[in-house]
Design a protein around this ligand. Structure first.
Ligand code: ADP
Ligand code: 5GP
Length: 210
């Protein structure tokens, strides 16, 4: 991707149940100019999920064909299923008038892959206030079987081990306070020099022409 790009690429990552879906929804409501990156997954849809809105739900053969066709900017195996971000998803968002950035809800493996390919991506890791609270939230969501729940809980530690890959860490104890931090990060990142460079350069060009 080009340097001096004013398009914001914001990665949110966390162990399952720490609250990234909740915080992502709040940020999308507050910032309608940001788009959610809809990933592909081989996981089965949950009862409240809609194909094309929450994920593009595909079978393993289709997913592997997309990998083969190099359709993904990143992809990874998470909790026994495959998940990936297609480059087409980002190209589509860039083409939408008024859209100024994207939010990616992806795991640390995906964050690492995007970070190695794209210069000025912003990454945020969300921590639960404690492990018992993480388990309570996973159970409270009631979308998992006992087996998938304990798998998600077991890999939480491995995910937390990778917190140092991220630029920012938010502790989601009180959701309003956590959201305040996420909003502040978004506002500050928008004001970064390189994201304002296209405007500054255009002003300079206009000045030279007049
Ligand atoms: P993730 O997307 O990281 O798996 P979710 O956003 O689905 O997590 O949150 C998991 C559960 O915890 C949901 O039921 C959500 O309503 C709840 N939750 C999220 N943030 C908080 C918080 N700060 N305090 C209490 N419950 C929360
Ligand atoms: P869930 O099944 O709870 O929706 O997501 C499980 C995990 O997969 C979460 O950590 C989520 O961030 C991650 N995930 C979702 N989409 C992608 C993706 O496109 N790429 C990667 N690497 N991880 C993803």
């Amino acid at each position: 991707m080009t340097p001096h790009d004013d398009f914001l690429l914001l990665i949110l990552s966390s162990p399952s149940g720490a609250g990234k879906t909740t915080l992502t929804r709040m940020l999308l409501e507050e910032c309608p100019e940001l788009r959610f990156s809809v990933s592909h997954t081989t996981r089965a849809p949950r009862s409240n999920e809609v194909d094309g809105r929450d994920y593009h739900f595909v079978d393993r053969a289709r997913f592997d064909a997309l990998v083969e066709a190099r359709a993904f900017l990143e992809w990874a195996e998470v909790h026994g299923n495959r998940y990936g971000t297609s480059t087409a998803e980002i190209d589509r968002a860039r083409a939408v008038p008024g859209c100024t950035g994207m939010i990616f809800d992806i795991d640390y493996q995906g964050a690492r892959q995007i970070g190695s390919k794209v210069n000025d991506v912003v990454s945020v890791f969300i921590l639960p206030p404690s492990m018992p609270e993480l388990e309570r939230r996973l159970r409270g969501r009631a979308s998992e079987t006992e087996e998938t729940l304990s798998r998600r809980y077991a890999v939480a530690e491995r995910e937390i081990e990778h917190y140092a890959l991220f630029h920012y860490v938010i502790v989601n104890d009180d959701v309003k306070r956590a959201f305040d931090e996420l909003r502040s990060i978004t506002v500050a990142e928008r004001a970064r020099r390189q994201r304002r460079a296209p405007l500054a350069e255009a002003l300079l060009r206009a000045g030279r022409l007049s």
